[in-house]
Write a protein that binds this ligand. Structure first.
Ligand code: ADP
Length: 340
């Protein structure tokens, strides 16, 4: 509804511009053509005078009347042609304006739709921990006596839900931060060895807790132009997932190699794998390959890979996945060595 009235307004605005230009053009054309016709007839008058002096032509006034009549007729014809031209411009311009208005509004419509889908998804995710907290508090309040042990249990459970809410809001914030292009001032030549080392340090605690070994295999001297902090975050997301979705005592490998103008990074785990039917959707916001498993065991919100995808896009790279259930997952990053 909002868009159909916006489309109509925009169509009329475009049409008004086209018609103003068309009328101005017609007026200019009329002026030029009318003065040319008049000049032509004046030249005819000079010719007539020559003939009149030589005694060949008829009376001069007759010729002048004839000339004026021709001039009026030519002007009328010109006006009729220009009116027809403007009418045609109105019809064709109307259709063109409608098409242009649709094309102009299409990306805005899509962005608005995405925005409202996002709001609905985020509200849904926010509601789950809030509902859990609310019902726990309600149950506790209904009890006539609440022991300190019960109160502590309630607070601990609420704290868990608050932590989930915090993780969700952090994820949403990061997602929105990577919406805009990278500040060119932040683009630096980064040593991939250092990026990987920094990312590995950040996930060491989680890996140790799961007895997972991380094996980085990156030779020194490989560099990549980009925003250092977001590149480290990208690797942390992939390593975090590899740890989260792998059984204890397995190995996560991270390698980097130069292929022409690209740096190819691979994060390979020996984890549970991703079903082929889920693979096309894992980069979508809030998508979890297996709802029950992810929600209860791994506690994710399905935001990590969409943040990773945004970081990769901002660096003009690509991210793909190769995975099979039970035999592990490999995320492959192809990043241009130099940013355009
Ligand atoms: P989450 O926070 O749920 O991990 P992500 O966006 O990071 O969200 O990942 C989306 C889904 O993709 C996850 O829920 C999980 O099912 C699947 N996934 C991601 N990485 C891996 C991996 N290394 N091994 C298996 N499954 C994975």
């Amino acid at each position: 509804m909002i868009f159909s009235s916006a489309r109509l307004k925009l169509t009329l605005s475009y049409l008004a511009i086209i018609m103003v230009l068309s009328v101005l053009f017609s007026m200019a054309l009329y002026q030029v053509s009318a003065s040319q016709i008049e000049r032509g007839l004046q030249r005819g008058g000079v010719v007539f005078d020559k003939y009149a002096n030589s005694g060949i032509a008829g009376p001069r006034s007759m010729m002048i009347d004839l000339g004026r009549e021709q001039l009026d007729q030519a002007r009328r014809q010109l006006v009729a042609n220009l009116l027809l031209l403007n009418l045609a411009t109105l019809v064709v311009g109307g259709a063109l304006s409608y098409w242009l208005a649709r094309r102009t509004l299409e990306p805005i419509e899509e962005a608005m739709e995405a925005q409202s889908r996002f709001t609905a998804d985020a509200s849904h995710e926010l509601r789950t921990p809030l509902t859990a907290m609310k019902s726990e508090i309600e149950v506790a309040l209904r009890q006539s006596k609440l022991s300190s042990a019960e109160a502590k249990m309630l607070l601990a459970s609420n704290l868990e839900e608050v932590a989930k809410l915090e993780a969700l809001s952090n994820g949403l914030l990061r997602l929105s931060q990577y919406q805009t292009a990278i500040d060119p001032a932040a683009l630096k030549l980064c040593d991939v060895h250092e990026l990987v080392a920094e990312a590995v340090t950040r996930v060491t605690k989680a890996a140790k807790a799961q007895s997972i070994t991380i094996e980085p295999e990156v030779s020194k001297g490989v560099s990549l132009q980009g925003d250092r902090e977001s590149l480290v975050e990208l690797l942390v997301i992939l390593l975090d997932n590899a740890i989260k979705y792998s059984p204890p005592k397995t190995v996560v490998k991270i390698t980097a190699a130069v292929h022409g103008s690209q740096v190819v990074l691979r994060v390979q785990d020996q984890g549970i794998g991703i079903k082929a039917s889920d693979q096309p959707y894992i980069f979508n916001r809030f998508y979890r390959a297996d709802q029950s498993r992810s929600k209860h065991e791994a506690n994710g919100y399905g935001l990590g890979l969409s943040i990773a995808q945004r970081i990769v896009n901002l660096h003009d790279g690509t991210i793909t996945v190769e995975s099979a259930i039970g035999s592990g997952t490999t995320f492959i990053l192809k990043m241009p060595r130099l940013h355009n």
